[in-house]
Design a protein around this ligand. Sequence first.
Ligand code: BG6
Length: 483
Amino acid sequence: MSVFKENFLWGGATAANQCEGAWNVDGKGVSVADICTGGTLGKSKMITPVLQDGTFYPSHDAIQHYTRFREDIRLFAEMGFKVYRFSIAWTRIFPNGDETEPNEAGLKHYEEVIDTCLSYGIEPLITISHYEVPFGLTKKCNAWASREMIGYFLNYCRAIFTRYRGKVKYWLTFNEINSASKPMGALLNQGILNDLEHPTVFMKQPDNPQQRYQGLHHMFVASALAVKMAHEIDPSYRVGNMMIYSASYPRTCAPADVLKNQQYNRIINYFCSDVQCRGAYPSYMERFFAENQIHIQKEDGDDAILKAGTVDFYTFSYYMSSCQTTDRTIKDGLGNILGGVPNPYLRASNWGWQIDPEGLRYALNDIYDRYGLPIMVVENGLGARDQIEKDGSIQDDYRIDYLKQHIQQMKEAVKDGVDLMGYTPWGCIDLVSASTGEYANRYGFIYVRRYDDGTGDFARLKKKSFYWYQNVIRTNGECLEEI
Ligand code: BG6
């Protein structure tokens, strides 16, 4: 008997802007991801509001999933996927974002994706907005900085909720909504860009906390209204939130470190989900807002909307953990985009993310204790450089090891009593990295022959982890060993 439920949702996750390509095809408009250049860990990608000739924009071709989705989903089915988490590119449905009528070619494309999934018995899990706000809305109203966005977002939701009724059950409103707790989330998550003429360094976006937090308020209201709309359109729809859970420990047991860690958890890990799961702003934010000169402008009725639009389930990404300290001589870890210093007990990936499987058990228990909602781990995985061997194989034992250890900890969490619905490792097929904008940072069970110098034929190759994960799914997580 497996520890996991009989109908446990094993699968994988992608996002349109990181895999589809075809950035200006079939009526698609430009998204904020399409104006970001390639980069690396040491050299930040650039935000170029005016596209530059001769510059490499990885989202423009990505891995050509737009045209190859049938081949890709067939491979997912071969691994035994029960669920495929993907996002709809908002700009395929409303190219500029403010049109009144949706683009039929875009709606038809995702209908085909959904039908292909269903033909293999794969449940679609759709992220409505995953780092691909229409750039047209940035230009029109600075995107989520403006309250106007709520209406545009709801038009988009109505179009897809109506069109895919009866075919889709699970929806997520905003990918990693709490990435807007840091300046890095301003453009990708919220579409906010204050300089529309000059390039901006992605990793050094000028910060405007007032705008980010006001933007989050608009997103909370939009998410709550989308939950209500989804239930009205189809009562069987289940709508979740989506958070980056950045597990965090006090670096020492000094009370000041413990308090700093509590503060970090509140702002980074709890604030957004407290609003989306409990339906109200937590009291601890009042002091944070006052001390940071942030004033949230609410309209009459907003509090009631938040209360009425809480999510049906909680989802999150989990990759790493870090520590909090008041010791200023210890510097933040490399690649740790949500802040925090390295943990001396853990080792890091090539991209500086500290690997902590037990942190996943901790996270699952922490979340379940707090909200009591069903939970899904919708992103997890190891970004690594893979090598194609002379015989054409890819021996990614390090990835198998990472995933195995995390699944083991999910088992422990289920035994602890957590209601875990499913698991969709990130980048189940290699794609473009969101933070660094490169292909070299690979997560997939499937290798894609596409490289950062723009070469490659996009061919798909099964890695060793492909067969390993196939066996994990076949045994409902019972067998984690190599076959
Ligand atoms: C999450 C995002 O932050 O992590 C994905 O939801 C992203 O879009 C993933 O790709 C991994 O991060 P990165 O920067 O390695 O691509």
